[in-house]
Ligand binder design. Structure first.
Ligand SMILES: Cc1cc2nc3c(=O)[nH]c(=O)nc-3n(C[C@H](O)[C@H](O)[C@H](O)COP(=O)(O)O)c2cc1C
Length: 180
């Protein structure tokens, strides 16, 4: 496991090579099996292959033009209805007061990390992106306002081999028994 964790990179250049269906299935399976608070599994994933939609999404994502070269995007969506069922009016924003928003983002983030690591395991590359406004992405993909878009993940075969990005030293992040 540590090998995949060590080798994974955020990749921002992709080959046009298609991603095999079996590999996409495995990537989604890794997300499906992720842990979540009270096993609520608040995630849903939209697979986008349309060139037109990918272009619209990368424009909405702060015009990160490099994204559109990836053959597929996975859009990770968190659904608060797993915790607040019914049809009460809920419109989620970055700063929505619902405490459940933090929980569904937390859980969906775990599933996205599974996707990134399974992609690495399968020889694929990806990059979590999140530089967008909720309503812009919702409008492109017909996502209702009570769902929260956690990330747009371009996925494909890498056309670059980035060096490891810096990480904090172990001594900075691990404490023993108490904070101090
Ligand atoms: C929540 C989140 C949002 C991110 N958004 C973007 C983004 O919009 N554009 C981008 O190029 N990279 C984005 N990244 C990638 C980070 O820049 C990257 O993970 C970090 O620099 C460490 O590099 P590494 O993933 O190659 O180890 C995002 C990562 C996370 C976890």
């Amino acid at each position: 496991m540590l090998k995949e964790i060590e080798n994974r990179r955020s990749v921002r250049r992709y080959l046009s090579r298609k991603v095999e269906k079996e590999k996409l299935d495995a990537v989604f399976e890794s997300a499906r099996l992720a842990p979540s608070g009270s096993n609520t599994q608040p995630w849903a994933f939209i697979l986008v292959e349309s060139e037109e939609t990918k272009k619209k999404l990368s424009d909405a994502d702060h015009h990160q033009d490099w994204m559109a070269a990836a053959p597929v995007f996975i859009v990770a969506v968190a659904d608060i209805r797993c915790r607040i069922p019914g049809n009460t009016e809920i419109k989620l924003e970055e700063d929505s007061p619902e405490p459940e928003l933090k929980q569904i983002i937390r859980d969906t983030a775990i599933a996205v990390e599974h996707i990134l690591l399974e992609a690495e395991h399968l020889g694929l590359a990806a990059c979590w992106t999140g530089w967008f406004e909720q309503d812009d992405v919702r409008a492109i993909l017909n996502i209702p306002g009570d769902k929260y878009v956690c990330g747009i993940i371009p996925l494909g075969y890498a056309d670059e081999n980035p060096k490891p990005r810096p990480r904090k030293a172990m001594s900075e992040i691990v404490r023993y028994e108490m904070w101090h």
